[in-house]
Design a protein around this ligand. Sequence first.
Ligand code: GLN
Length: 478
Amino acid sequence: MNTLAYLSIKELSSLLSRNEITPQEIVQSCINRIEKHDKNLGSTLEIITPKVNNSIEGLSSLHNIPGLIKDNICQKGQITSAGSKILANFISPYAATAVQKLEHAGALSLGRTNCDEFAMGSSNETSAYKLAHNPWDTSRSPGGSSGGSAAAVAAGFVPWALGSETGGSVRQPAALCGLVGSKPTYGRVSRHGLIAYASSMDQIGVFTRTVYDNALVLQTIAGKDHYDSTVIQQESPNYISGLTGELKKGLKIGVVTNALNAKGMHPEMKAQLLLALKKLESLGAELVDVSIPMMEHAAATYFVISRAEAASNLARFDGIRYGYRAKHVDSLQDLYQKSRAEGFGHEVKRRILIGNYVLSAGHAAQYYESACAVRRMIRQEFLDHFAEVDLLFAPVTPAPAFKIGEFAKNPLQMDLQDYFTCSANLAGIPAVSFPCGFVQNLPVGFQLMGPDLSEGLIFQTGYAYEQATEWHTMHPKL
Ligand code: GLN
């Protein structure tokens, strides 16, 4: 049955439609593999056996295809804890719109994946429950905050998983685990039912092992929703139809040279990125060097804005309305304080403190308001470049997966994991990371960023690259 482990959605769906396999066999094979290997990986928090859909075959290729969902995306009637003790017993009364759309397409959820607490982190180490490990080397982190989703897909537990991005939490773990990871345009996917971290950047994204599968899941979850006022009110496009294996005629890719030459970039990593560029060029892309100096201010800008929004969003966890409530309290104030002190982990508290500071009277203009002004400049710089080039090529991370605990004494160093990713979140533009080889037997990736709603072009380009390379066919030995 293990032969099913690394089949794509596309392959599983065609086996199903030819009646060569039953949905129950697929589900059982996934669950067996998780039971056998997840003790070493810690990628899941809860596994549920879904009801397969024996109704007339759905039109969607996701019909009866199992996947996993990050623990900060609500599944109806299931615990959704955002990796936090404060929501340990929170049972969601509704499903996130993205989850509902997947259900509508007949996809099956096998449960929820481990993640950093409230999606705050880059290593999965802030999860209140357990560590997650990188299937390519279990002494290393799978990245974060959607580390569990990435580890589960890379380990062949399921062909797809949902994650969420605020500053890079899908692309970074995807790159560190050798996967395709998409961060759609802000508003492309409804945030309804995604537990908020920093609402002006939060987006649900997708992990898969192939570009086709990623495009399929993203087009399923994207689109209109009256529960989210920031969603783009446009029908979801068909990304699959653009996957021709060829690049768009005359495709111009801007190579972000200041990112590629950034201080601290692993030399072997850079070599892999240059090879990926050569490949894109051989497929017909025109490469032009561009420099985006504003990108160098993105991490600091992201730091301020994300903390400010987090402090506001997390004010709702007061021990009364949701989740954990402290016992033995002597006043209402005491109840609030103890519930929050006992329920939140260290990193979340640190961010709430910083967020309240940057928003406080006397400091807001200096920190929060200037960060918002810089953010507008970052977006403008991207838009100016997209007047000249179709897409931008950049690294996702400066190095392959790091050891668990490597940044324990240096949280600011950990924050630099977002250095190349968070500008796309600040600008609201789509970005997808694609695997492009190995450095010291660990996977690495590059990202393509594009103007608003250019997901189709990004997938088309990534698909042509994927068809010309073999990275997506390589899997870790568990
Ligand atoms: N690592 C970043 C942070 O901790 C990004 C997290 C995310 O995208 N959710 O804020």
